[in-house]
Design a protein around this ligand. Sequence first.
Ligand code: SF4
Ligand code: SF4
Length: 106
Amino acid sequence: MSDGLITKVGKAVRFGSVVAKMDLEATSRPYTGHQDWCLWYAKGSCGVCMKRCPVDAITEAGHDKPKCFDYIRNVTTPYVRDHYGTGATPCGLCQVKIPCESRSPL
Ligand code: SF4
Ligand code: SF4
């Protein structure tokens, strides 16, 4: 619902890539679409990530990316730059303290 990808270990994860010249068997996918493991789309329940967003960028219509972008670029990014001197673009409150944070909730 928040557009974060729910993996077997949830969505509060970081991804990386390795480029290698070798033959590997493809891992089979236990889902057909990226929303299959979201309780909202699978069962019509949950919606916890909606309540976590401080600017209501997640609604029953889904994730309002421009609203999310505006908050991160114009509120949280200047805050961490001024207070901590970093170039980070933080938020992600919709990715934590939710049923799909560290597992598939189904
Ligand atoms: S918190 Fe609930 S509604 Fe939001 S993405 Fe996770 S399972 Fe779906
Ligand atoms: S990253 Fe932050 S602003 Fe964007 S949808 Fe999630 S909680 Fe809302």
